[in-house]
Write a protein that binds this ligand. Sequence first.
Ligand code: SPV
Ligand code: MG
Length: 474
Amino acid sequence: MQTDIPPATLPASAANRLRRLLEGDRVVRLMGAHNALGAKMAERAGFDGVWSSGLELSASYGVPDASLVTMSEHLVTLQAMCYCLSVPILADCDSGYGDECNVAFMVRKFEAAGVAGVTIEDKCYPKRNSFVEGPQDLAPVDQFVAKILSARAARRHADFVIVARTEALIAGESVDEALRRAHAYADAGADAILFHSKARTFGQIAETLQLWQNRLPVVLVPTTYPEVGLDELQRLGVRIVIYANQGLRSSLRSVERTYAEILRSGSTHSVEPFLWPLQKVFALLDSGHPQFGHQPEPQPPPPASLPPRLPPVAAAEVCDQLLAAGIDFCAGVPDSTMTQLFLELERRAELEYLPAVSEEGAIGVAVGAYLGGRSPAILMQNSGLGTAVTALASLVRPYGIPLLLLVGWRGVDGDDAPEHQILGENTLDLLRLLGIPFEIFDPTQPGRGITNLLGLARRTSSPAALVVRQGALK
Ligand code: SPV
Ligand code: MG
């Protein structure tokens, strides 16, 4: 039977892709991950591939990086990663999960799962993480050579990459010993050598590389010498750089802060601005999944065009509304957008107004007033919002002060001095970034924004901003 279906072309295998990267002429960047989600994030960010880090994997089980997580558990993780990734994975296989028989079994399993290559290190089983205090037991060279030979014999395709990692420098041995081992591993047929070091500077590795003369491609993990840049690595001919655990450490830090803030504030409101929207999570999960295809991630909406300016409202009316909402104290730095309001405040005996020389100072005074039982509002220009970032982020937000901000919005309506333009364009984003809810002041309903925002500020124990355009007050 004749068909006109073209022959299927299989994409290059992961091993082939890693092999080609290894043979290319630029440093290949791998990012550590311990599950498919982290691996997807690495791919999405643009890394060339993924390092299935033993430390991260152990951490995901909540246990030390000490050969406790089994080969099969690693395999399950790798299968999940391979299912949804296009970039290749280099698996961190510790010391090979046993002797050379275990290495052969592992290579077969990992290669079949779609992994591009393995790294095996010359330490005794069980291994301990390279950076923990205490002794590090190196395996005899011939024992490790047997593992390399076994890995080579077990792989089904010659593209499958075998990286031999020497821990000689980690174990306190000399550069000469590291090189002696590396040469033995090269003789045994390793495809690349990983020289691991826990030195705080690049000097030890630089010396090693100079003497190694790129006999085989070099892989580095610059965890303890993080200042070494890509240019330097490129200059020295390094082929792969592994950022082994920065993903784990950054999520731990972020999670720690988020959890503490939820417990402190009694709600999730204040952390919302720092979280991915669920739609973005869904799009990440859909991407690369055959059933769902690639959903483009939602992009932030383009800046909404501003509605036309409305006729101004009398500043006296705004003062009345502030009083009606319970505001009894104002502090601020004069701003031409709200000149009439500042003048009105100075006339009102029942609404105490304290001019300040800086927005931070005004916030400090207002917080003091609040703690003394007053109900304060702050008036400032949007340029002052920049000055006040520290006070807002370090004082008002963490201490849960329900502060109403009236922010004059210069630089947005196109007819202002050029020095106001950048902050004008970014005022709303700056408020979003600080997690401060806002409304744009509507002169036709002067009480609405004040009541809404003050209510919100009091309910959520956080600041809220009313953004006032030029020409809104008279
Ligand atoms: C890992 O990420 O597990 C590694 C690198 O092997 S290190 O933690 O530096 O040993
Ligand atoms: Mg490891």
